[in-house]
Design a protein around this ligand. Structure first.
Ligand code: C2E
Ligand code: CA
Ligand code: CA
Length: 736
């Protein structure tokens, strides 16, 4: 503590007010323990009318060691014991000393031993061990000596007590500081200051705290906390305080940056910085005595530090709650808001999550600066178009959240908000979004509602672009099932329970087998097959498909090698790859390594990709496909006609084959429309110099018509079902 801070504290001795007489003046309590009644009388006589350190003495009498201990157990605040050594036994006094220090743990009470004869004196180490204040033979304790001995004993008792209070006070300050850090904001903090200060001095919390109203105008003070009978003054301005004395004390302290300690009240100044601080006024019914000046200084400094920390924490908290990039509340703030609204009970509220479609591709194509500008524009539009009933937040990346009354958050309305393009760098940018909606009603936890909205959003995104899904228990159940399926799939993959089936592809002109498509199989331990339509999408969504693919592709190539070694040298292997696999930066290296490792030549590898790669960054994809094809690898577009096909993309993509989707092939025989579609795709393929492969051929008639349309190859149950490697080899031999 620096020297200067002493100036902060001014002690004022006030006139004692008349009401003070109701309070008993404190005394020093002295216990006399002696089995000799004469000694009691003599002592009483010697001390009658005496005051020590400004207080009268109160004598308490015990006539045995046992009685003395019993009294000490009951009575509080005994300062000194005049203790006879020999009472009910030769060492009754020494036993009492041991009990006082070790059992009752009374460490402050001063002990003066009195002995009849010098021979009964305790050993020096006993005196030290039990902290015996003094020992005198009875004859030594004359009137004058008794007075001086008692005075020094009482002085040291009073100092010990003070130290005790200081220690307790310091502990309180430390724990108060810790509490304050955890508190929310200055008001709660100021409330704590009153309580802590009152308990530090040992009085009931009656008082108030004033602080400047706004930093710009330091002359404006307001009551920010009030306790006890001053409670009604909370939030009032300093001038409005109806008690002139209090108002004057506070304004004096706030102006002079200096505390005032009176006998019945204390007004403390807490310095936050060189200009700013706040003041606390505490009043006591009883006179405030013996306030330790140092303690108050420590308290003020510490509390002022806390106040500074609170400002800091408030700032940090703000930082933790705001997304600085788009200046919207962030996810933490959303959760807090949901909690707040949840407590208010707003059952008609919904939470709507918004995800910008194809944002990653936009970012890739147009650059991150452009992506950031787009997000900012979206944030601003959302904030501008909803009033305060709707809470707008940014969750992460390209995901935003709205929460508010359902009627303000109709999905169609939100989609319409995006129908109008965003102007960025003088370019109109059209954006579509997916929405995931969940009701807040019935959610005990705000996190639940948010999770439900996430689940709904994930569903919406799986459906494609511009979709909205509202969470329902069924959707929740489906999500749970997907989660458990994913867990099982992970385990099955680790335990090598996945396998590959091979389905032959037939050249429609010659009728010869030209290759095979590798298809994933998952057979559970109970023998049941899980259809790929169920587990492949989950593997894709979770990214597990990447690991599975890293195992599957070389595995299929090794099988191909074995087919070649069995004398079927011209067969190729078609392998399905998902977009997420293609997106791996290491994909090309992986393919090269797999070919090198298995010794299969690139011409014998065909990769089946889907039209949805058009949704990826097109330039990157075109370059990747070019590199694959330059190696000699064949590229086929799978499920052609079911996806986002645009002839424009088809023209640009460097591909070799079109696989006509099974859904068209199946209707080929039965509907005129199906037949027209298949014929058109076959023509288109010829026009673009692409070979066409029909999948799902289940009968001879379909195969014949496909050949007539100019389709090049086919696969389907009519020729063969997908088979494991052994069955496939057998089938090949028979077919040849
Ligand atoms: P896909 O690539 O279109 O595979 C053709 C699907 O049609 C296979 O279903 C095959 O068993 C089935 N199929 C073949 N001929 C006929 C037929 O004559 N009639 C009928 N009704 N169906 C026929 P599967 O094996 O259930 O695979 C389903 C889908 O799972 C595949 O469709 C493919 O998209 C995906 N898939 C399978 N294995 C893999 C893989 O290793 N990687 C990736 N990324 N996807 C895979
Ligand atoms: Ca396929
Ligand atoms: Ca297909």
């Amino acid at each position: 503590m620096d020297e200067g801070s002493d100036d902060d504290l001014v002690f004022i001795e006030e006139e004692r007010q008349p009401q003070g007489s109701s309070v008993q003046d404190p005394t020093w309590r002295i216990l006399i323990a002696d089995d000799d009644h004469d000694v009691h009388e003599a002592t009483e006589f010697a001390l009658s009318g005496i005051e020590i350190l400004g207080r009268k003495l109160e004598l308490i009498h015990a006539f045995s060691g046992k009685e003395a201990i019993a009294l000490l157990e009951r009575e509080q605040d005994i300062a000194v014991i005049l203790l006879d050594v020999v009472m009910e036994s030769d060492d009754a006094g020494l036993k009492a000393v041991e009990a006082i220090r070790q059992e009752l743990m009374l460490l402050n009470i001063r002990i003066i031993l009195r002995t009849g004869q010098p021979g009964q004196a305790p050993e020096a180490d006993t005196i030290a061990r039990y902290d015996i204040n003094d020992y005198k033979t009875k004859s030594e304790l004359t009137h004058a000596r008794l007075f001086t001995t008692l005075t020094s004993a009482i002085r040291s008792y009073s100092q010990l007590k003070c130290l005790d209070t200081s220690r307790i006070g310091l502990e309180k300050i430390v724990s108060a500081s810790n509490q304050f850090i955890a508190e929310k904001g200055l008001n709660a903090f100021a409330d704590g200051v009153i309580t802590q200060l009152a308990s530090l001095i040992g009085i009931a919390p009656e008082g108030l705290v004033c602080a400047t109203d706004d930093a710009g105008n330091p002359e404006q003070y307001r009551v920010i906390a009030a306790a006890g009978r001053y409670r009604h003054l909370i939030q009032h301005r300093l001038e409005e305080i109806d008690n002139v004395h209090i108002a004057r004390s506070l304004s004096q302290v706030l102006h002079n940056h200096c505390s005032i300690v009176g006998t019945r009240d204390i007004t403390l100044f807490f310095r936050k910085n060189s200009e700013e601080g706040f003041a606390a006024y505490i009043e006591s019914v009883a006179p405030i005595r013996d306030v330790d000046q140092h303690l108050l200084e420590i308290f003020c400094t510490n509390i002022a530090l806390c106040a500074k920390n609170i400002d800091l924490v408030t700032e940090l908290r703000l930082d933790a709650l705001v997304d600085r990039q788009v200046n919207l509340p962030n996810r933490n703030a959303l959760v807090a808001e949901l909690d707040r609204r949840g407590k208010q009970g707003t059952p008609s509220d919904v939470i709507t999550l918004i995800d910008v479609d194809q944002f990653a591709a936009t970012n890739d194509m147009l650059g991150h600066a452009y992506g950031d500008a787009l997000l900012l524009a979206i944030a601003q539009r959302l904030r501008a178009l909803f009033d305060s009933r709707v809470f707008v937040a940014r969750l992460a990346g390209d995901a935003f959240a709205l929460t508010g009354p359902a009627q303000l958050l109709e999905p169609d309305g939100i989609h319409r908000l995006f129908a109008h393009p965003f102007l960025i760098d003088d370019i109109d940018h059209s954006v579509s979004v997916c929405l995931g909606i969940a009701s807040c009603a019935g959610c005990t936890d705000s996190q639940d509602a948010l999770n439900n909205a996430y689940i709904a959003l994930r569903r919406a995104k799986a459906l494609g672009i511009g979709q909205s899904i509202t969470f329902s228990p069924e959707i929740g159940e489906a999500a749970r099932q997907r989660t458990s399926l994913l867990r099982d799939l992970r385990q099955a993959f680790e335990l090598r329970e996945l396998s590959i089936a091979y389905q032959p592809q037939i050249d429609l002109q010659s009728g010869r087998v030209i290759g095979a498509e590798a298809l994933m199989r998952w057979r559970r331990r109970n023998g049941e097959f899980v259809p790929p339509e169920q587990f492949i999408p989950i593997a894709e969504q979770s990214g597990l498909i990447v690991s599975i693919g890293r195992w599957m592709l070389p595995e299929a190539l090794r099988a191909l090698k074995r087919f070649h070694q069995a004398g079927l040298g011209e067969l190729h292997m078609a392998i399905n790859v998902s977009n997420i696999q293609l997106r791996q930066p290491s994909f090309l290296d992986f393919i090269n390594a797999s070919l090198a490792e298995t010794g299969v030549s690139p011409e014998h590898l065909e990769l089946e990709i889907t039209e949805s790669i058009a949704l990826e960054s097109l330039e990157t994809m075109i370059s990747l496909l070019n590199q694959l094809r330059s190696r000699g690898i064949t590229i086929a577009i799978d499920d052609f006609g079911t996806g986002y096909s645009s002839l424009n993309y088809l023209e640009q993509l460097p591909i070799d084959h079109l696989k006509i989707d099974r859904s068209f092939v199946t209707t080929l025989a039965s509907s005129e429309r199906g037949s027209r579609i298949v014929r058109t795709i076959a023509l288109l393929g010829n026009e673009l110099d692409l070979r066409t492969v029909a999948e799902g051929v289940e009968n001879q008639a379909t195969g014949d018509r496909l050949r007539a349309f100019g389709c090049h190859a086919a696969q389907g149950y009519h020729y063969a079902h997908p088979m494991d490697e052994a069955a496939f080899l057998l089938w090949l031999k028979e077919h040849a």
